[in-house]
Write a protein that binds this ligand. Structure first.
Ligand code: UD1
Length: 334
């Protein structure tokens, strides 16, 4: 089985490529390096001891994509390539709609032309907007609060329509909760450029002294300690979910949706305190006002993924904190 992974050098993509190679899939990666580094190619090979094919270009380039499908005998596609910064999407909506929709549309056109019908899509819990009840199930009402989230929801709709129009098409849509952690080798992980927007990348930079203190966005939410609650999931567990999704796509037709989360909610302060304890390091923080657009709490009901994909998260919050820090320390000492 040969799998095309778009965005395969990014945070979730690179971990998924490792899991695919470990599971003896042949892998072809396309990545334009717009938010990833070429070093990741060698890191993946070092981790897995296996080789894969890499092409550097933008997936919106239909001609080049067509060449890859003509040359490689691709059986299925996992599509990660997308822009993902919420704040940037508010400032540059057209850039987000153009890139995040055109990548999927171009992929689908070329897949249909070459008779490739198995598609796994990287979606997000952001499509649930501000949920009325918790935990979140896949059949909850969908809504979004920013252009990034809207591109995820629009992609889901596009893929559903493609399935309706093409009986052979099979799409598995994975809605991720909050991926953190890193590969246990410390060789790959999340390393955003500039000042991080997301919580864990910010915490690790405070812990290693690069940033002075964490700003905790609000302690007056209706949650046990007043800070925001999220379902943090280890990126390696998330990556494994893609292997299960591919297996499902191989045996089904139509569109299916799955939450990939642990089912447990942790507050900002839970995460900070666990991080400090397991890494034996200080993380100074101050409480500031709420961040616009944030919700109080969000965590998954992951039952459907367990029942239908046979997937379940196994790594806990302590491993997530340890592996996130280990990755940054290794980066610094390389
Ligand atoms: C956001 C996106 C989500 C995306 C995810 C990527 C929305 C509304 N959210 O999720 O789609 O998939 O990033 O991981 O579209 N916090 C602080 N201080 C900080 C940073 C964050 O207190 O410096 C708090 C936030 O208020 C929140 C929690 O930490 O309660 C998690 O925030 P973050 O890591 O940014 O993720 P989300 O906003 O949940």
């Amino acid at each position: 089985m040969k799998v095309l992974v778009t965005g395969g050098l990014g945070f979730i993509g690179s971990h998924t490529v490792c899991e695919l190679l470990d599971a003896n899939y042949e892998v072809v990666v396309i990545d334009d390096l717009s938010n990833s580094s070429i070093d990741v190619v060698d890191k993946i090979k070092e981790i897995t001891g296996k080789d894969f094919v890499f092409y550097q270009f933008d997936v919106c380039n239909e001609e080049k994509l067509d060449e890859v499908f003509s040359k490689e005998n691709i059986d299925s596609v996992i599509h990660f390539a997308a822009y993902k910064a919420v704040g940037e999407s508010v400032a540059k909506p057209l850039m987000y709609y153009e890139n995040n929709l055109l990548t999927t549309i171009t992929l689908c056109k070329v897949m249909l032309k070459h008779g490739v019908f198995k598609f796994v899509f990287s979606s997000s819990a952001t499509v649930y907007g501000s949920p009325k009840t918790l935990p979140i199930k896949e059949d909850f009402l969908l809504s979004t609060t920013n252009p990034y989230g809207t591109t995820k929801l629009m992609n889901e709709k596009i893929l559903e329509d493609v399935c309706v129009a093409n009986d052979n098409f099979s799409v598995i849509i994975l809605r991720y909760f909050n991926p953190i952690g890193a590969h246990s080798s410390g060789l790959i992980g999340e390393n955003p450029t500039g000042i991080p927007n997301n919580l864990m990348p910010y915490i690790v930079r405070v812990a290693d002294g690069e940033l002075k203190e964490l700003s905790v966005f609000g302690n007056d939410y209706d949650t046990p300690d007043g800070t925001g609650v999220r379902d943090y999931i280890h990126v390696v567990d998330l990556a494994k979910g893609h292997i299960k999704a591919l297996e499902k796509a191989a045996n089904t037709k139509g569109t299916r949706f799955y939450n990939l989360g642990t089912g447990h909610g942790y507050s900002v302060l839970d995460l900070v305190e666990t991080f400090k304890r397991v890494n034996n390091v200080d993380v100074p923080y101050k409480i500031v006002g709420r961040r616009p657009g944030d919700i109080a709490a969000c965590y998954a009901d992951p039952t459907k993924a367990y029942e239908e994909l046979g997937w379940k998260a196994t790594l806990g919050i302590e491993e997530m904190c340890k592996d996130s820090y280990n990755f940054i320390l290794k980066q610094k000492n390389k």
